[in-house]
Design a protein around this ligand. Structure first.
Ligand code: NI
Length: 177
């Protein structure tokens, strides 16, 4: 398929609500998912939402493989999530650093629900229903925010904890969401 260009913060398309997908297992939907995966892999991303490539549909993908260079990074299964519904489990919030392919080279500390259940469909129309916590829960919340026109800087409570990755984490290879 194809590596697509990723919209950057400032583009008004990143601020729009996305529409639900109505038809599953179609060539168009498979092509969209394939392009999103190619784009995410090429840019070393942990996740990508369709509006980031200019498609206003409720489609997100994410996944993090275990990397021996970063043994503390939690693995997240490769997932396609369409028309998602998030249900936080409990009130507990957790702060953590996030990045985004639409804000290359930046990181900020964002509070997220620690545990949640997410439901939706994959590109074939199969149900997805998982209860997750920690980094997996964080990635899902970040990606689903994109479908509501929310970028992570909008959720940073303390903008002193927002900056350039190369300054904040000089030892670390970049992973963007
Ligand atoms: Ni993002």
């Amino acid at each position: 398929m194809a590596i697509r260009s990723v919209l950057k913060m400032g583009d008004p398309r990143l601020l729009q609500d996305s529409q639900p997908v109505a038809a599953f297992d179609t060539p168009e939907l498979h092509a969209l998912v394939a392009d999103m995966r190619d784009t995410m892999v090429a840019l070393n991303g942990a996740g990508l939402a369709a509006p980031q490539i200019g498609v206003g549909l409720q489609v997100v993908i994410f996944g993090v493989q275990r990397n021996p260079r970063y043994p503390d990074a939690e693995e997240v299964p490769e997932t396609v999530l369409i028309n998602p519904l998030l249900s936080p489990l409990g009130e507990e919030m957790e702060e953590g650093w996030e990045g985004c392919l639409s804000l290359p080279g930046l990181r900020g500390v964002v509070p997220r629900f620690r545990r949640l259940r997410y439901r939706g469909l994959d590109q074939y129309g199969n149900d997805v229903d998982r209860t997750v916590e920690g980094f997996h829960a964080r990635v899902v919340q970040h990606e689903v925010d994109h479908l509501m026109g929310i970028l992570y800087p909008m959720r940073i409570p303390d903008l002193r904890l927002f900056g350039f990755t190369e300054v904040l984490f000089p030892e670390q290879a970049p992973v963007e969401e």
